[in-house]
Design a binder for this molecule. Structure first.
Ligand SMILES: Cc1cc2nc3c(=O)[nH]c(=O)nc-3n(C[C@H](O)[C@H](O)[C@H](O)COP(=O)(O)OP(=O)(O)OC[C@H]3O[C@@H](n4cnc5c(N)ncnc54)[C@H](O)[C@@H]3O)c2cc1C
Ligand code: SF4
Length: 405
């Protein structure tokens, strides 16, 4: 069972299939796929290179635009971005851009290519709080511009949700380690086990500060306060990933929630051998928030999904639900209950004002101060590629503010 969790669920395409897929590309001049990528990874350009068997050129395009290219190749919800915009949609099916990107970045890793280089030191120091995709990619962009980028991370290891959230079967930690090692080679310093409590103190010591602390905390529902055997999906996924799936689990688990995090939770439970996994979801199937792909994976793994019900009461290990439209009642008993109902930021701990989960500020800077922000806490979609995109923009704005190139 453990093997199922630790092996990548999506298999890589063979070189022949990659070439076939690239040959379907229409080489569009206006490249709608590239325009739709939040990190501007430029799929049209790297697919063109692949088509002409220039894999090195393809890797250079991906890496210079996106320092987390291998990770995005695996976890990006491409059906919402580049593949949704792909001109080929109007003919048959979009180009499988994620799979081509994975082939190119696997090739880059296998060949030991070193594409990014540190810039000439400019004497300016930038502190980055948080080592998720936003913090890591901002550090990579800044280091290439000659800034001394130093990351402060409260967890034991760097990576944020890349390491402690997205399950091993979708994103192996070996890939996260590989991407982080490359960023460190640019001279980026990462201090782990180092929780920052005062942004003001840091902003005096450094020329600029970037806050990239993400949505670190799983949400709870008041009715479950003090209940035994109840945890959040982020706590569960963190434990499963940090112990490489070697955790004790009962036979019968109830999950509440229907987004991508809920789908990761139910699939992880099944891959780890839990016999009965029931997922009760607030939305009905036509309102579902999880991506089709994640939903399909959970269904392939025989998760029972019951849609349209909201929890109304809990009594020990039994939760009562009511259907949102018909009023029908449902009771589910389980050994443990996992809440996958969203995440929230912890900006109050840093005394940073937030509204509806996002930093209360215009753009990506706190007024006229030297404090910037990026990733989930900003005004952006909560995805890895958006974290990279907002970090790229923040790094450019920090460079402009500090007078760098
Ligand atoms: C289970 C799960 C699955 C997901 N799957 C996908 C997916 O398939 N595709 C996708 O695109 N997105 C996915 N996401 C969303 C994606 O992971 C986030 O959008 C992304 O990680 C946000 O990046 P970030 O850098 O802003 O924050 P995070 O990744 O949350 O990183 C923030 C970091 O800051 C650290 N930190 C917080 N406060 C402090 C402090 N005071 N001092 C020091 N360090 C601090 C935290 O420990 C953490 O390491 C998923 C999220 C979850 C939870
Ligand atoms: S939009 Fe689709 S067909 Fe056009 S260049 Fe991009 S991947 Fe190729």
């Amino acid at each position: 069972m453990l093997k199922k969790y630790t092996q990548e669920y999506d298999k890589a395409l063979t070189p022949r299939l990659v070439m076939e897929e690239a040959s379907r590309c229409l080489l569009c001049l206006d490249a709608p796929c590239s325009a739709a990528c939040p990190a501007k990874t430029d799929p049209a350009k790297f697919i063109r290179s692949v088509r002409f068997k220039n894999f090195k050129g393809a890797a250079e395009t991906i890496r210079t635009n996106n320092p987390l290219g291998s990770i995005c190749a695996r976890v990006c919800p491409t059906e919402r971005y580049c593949e949704k915009a792909c001109s080929r949609c109007g003919i048959d099916a979009p180009i499988n851009i994620g799979a081509i990107q994975r082939f190119v970045t696997d090739f880059e890793q296998a060949c030991g290519m070193e594409i990014l280089e540190a810039g000439t030191p400019n004497g300016k120091k930038v502190a980055i709080i948080g080592s998720g995709p936003a913090g890591l990619s901002a550090a990579a962009f800044l280091a290439q511009k000659g800034f001394a980028a130093e990351i402060f991370e409260k967890s034991e290891k760097a990576g944020g949700y890349l390491r402690y959230g997205i399950p091993e079967y979708r994103l192996p930690n070996s890939i996260v380690d590989y991407e982080i090692a490359r960023i460190k080679k640019l001279g980026v310093k990462i201090n782990t086990n180092c929780e920052i409590k005062s942004v003001a103190a840091l902003s005096q010591k450094y020329d600029a500060v970037l806050i990239a602390t993400g949505f670190s905390k799983g949400k709870n529902l008041a009715m479950f306060d003090g209940c035994k055997n109840v945890s959040t999906a982020t706590e569960f996924l963190k434990e499963a990933k940090s112990k490489a799936g070697k955790i004790e689990l009962p036979d019968n688990v109830l999950v509440i929630g229907g987004g991508d995090v809920a789908m990761d939770t139910v699939t992880t439970l099944r891959l780890l051998g839990v016999k009965h996994v029931t997922d009760v979801v607030y939305e009905t199937f036509d309102e579902f928030r999880a991506s089709r792909k994640e939903l399909r994976t959970s269904q392939e793994n025989n998760v029972s999904i019951i849609d349209g019900f909201k929890p109304v009461a809990v009594n020990g290990n039994e939760v009562s639900f009511q259907h949102r439209y018909t009023g029908a009642e449902l009771k589910v008993k389980a050994d443990i209950i996992i809440l996958a109902i969203g995440q929230e930021n912890e900006l109050d701990k840093l005394s940073i004002p937030s509204e509806k989960g996002e930093v209360k500020a215009e753009g990506n800077r706190m007024g006229t101060s030297n404090i910037f922000f990026a990733g989930d806490i900003g005004h952006a979609e909560k995805t890895v590629v958006y974290a990279v995109g907002t970090a790229k923009q923040a790094a450019a704005d920090i460079a402009e503010y500090l007078g760098g190139k």
